[in-house]
Design a protein around this ligand. Structure first.
Ligand SMILES: [Zn+2]
Ligand SMILES: [Zn+2]
Length: 321
């Protein structure tokens, strides 16, 4: 008699005793849990307090979309796995600062790298502005979390360079002393400075071109990036003169394949832009920045403008053992 209040359906599928999921509001407590199975799957995380993950999911939940929306793009996210660029991931609003989480797409999470939300928004808008013909204003970003995170990010930076094909063997200059190079006189073919002994290049360019495996392409990229008037190399994507010595600087010089994996075509760019571009081709990257900037200025992010032909090539944040 006492069971009269329960329907069979209620016992099996619906929330028992009317418990609703504390995140999505759906039929939650199949086994009288606070959250439904779908949300609980997403909560299987570690690092931050569970409450932070719950809060992030609650904020991202959209009843109308029956899903979680990316904090940065507003795109409905794919739950489970990382194979999709729109896979749901958790992002620290300020890198390394626990407890302050948002939900965003895995790809945008990778793009944001060591930037705070504030910095990320500023950078995206600034790059977009620059691509529309304005000068990139370097001082709009403080990179407050960059320096602190740079050491921890070193593996990440190395991976970024690995993605672009860099060898990272800064030494071994002996290999450059090819027969014929010795004794060649004249200015450095890249920057015009006096050549270093035993090579055609000046000491500065000699060191830079050695950053990577594809030396010929690297030289060409350096030559294209060289600004004689400013006395430095300009970033292909921002036009800013790059840092050549401080490897921890976000503006540290790096090489990028405009088309991921396509050897022989290389440009010079700041390491933070390189990280931001990740697995995208230049065209894809430009479309992504354009859509994000639009969204950050109050517009609508148009997912259909994007394609990810090169996605998941080397992007997984796992260290090789
Ligand atoms: Zn739920
Ligand atoms: Zn030179």
């Amino acid at each position: 008699m006492g069971r009269a209040g329960y329907s069979l359906g209620g016992l099996r599928g619906e929330a028992r005793g009317g418990i609703k999921c504390g995140i999505c509001g759906g039929a939650g407590g199949k086994w009288a849990k606070r959250y439904c199975l779908r949300c609980r799957r997403l909560l299987k995380r570690s690092g931050d307090a569970k409450a932070a993950y719950v809060a992030a999911l609650q904020k991202a939940w959209s009843v109308g979309d029956d899903g979680f929306l990316c904090h940065y793009s507003g795109v409905k996210l794919v739950e489970g796995g990382r194979k999709d660029p729109w896979a749901l991931s958790f992002d620290h609003v300020v890198p390394g600062q626990k407890g302050n989480l948002v939900v965003c797409s895995f790809l945008i999470n990778v793009m944001k790298a060591e930037l705070s939300e504030e910095e990320f928004r500023v950078v995206v808008k600034e790059i977009d502005r620059h691509w529309k013909g304005q000068r990139f204003r370097k001082d709009v970003i403080g990179f407050a979390s960059w320096n602190k995170a740079a050491l921890a990010a070193r593996g990440r930076i190395r991976r970024a360079l690995a993605i672009t094909g860099a060898r990272g063997n800064l030494g071994m200059p002996g290999r450059l002393g090819k027969p014929g190079a010795r004794g060649v006189k004249g200015p450095c073919p890249i920057c015009g400075a006096e050549a270093k002994k035993g090579t055609r290049y000046c000491a500065r360019c000699f060191r830079l071109q050695e950053l990577r495996g594809e030396r010929v392409a690297a030289r060409k990229a350096l030559k294209r990036a060289w600004d004689a008037k400013a006395g430095g190399f300009r970033c292909h994507y921002t036009g800013i003169i790059l840092e050549e010595k401080d490897r921890k600087s976000p503006w540290y010089i790096s090489f990028d394949h405009p088309t991921p994996g396509k050897k022989g075509a290389v440009v010079v760019t700041a390491i933070f832009v390189n990280l931001m571009k990740t697995d995208m081709s230049e065209k894809e990257f430009r479309a992504m920045i354009r859509e994000l900037a639009k969204k950050f200025k109050g517009g609508v992010f148009d997912k259909s403008k994007l394609e990810f032909k090169y996605y998941h090539r080397g992007v997984r944040p796992k260290t090789k053992k």
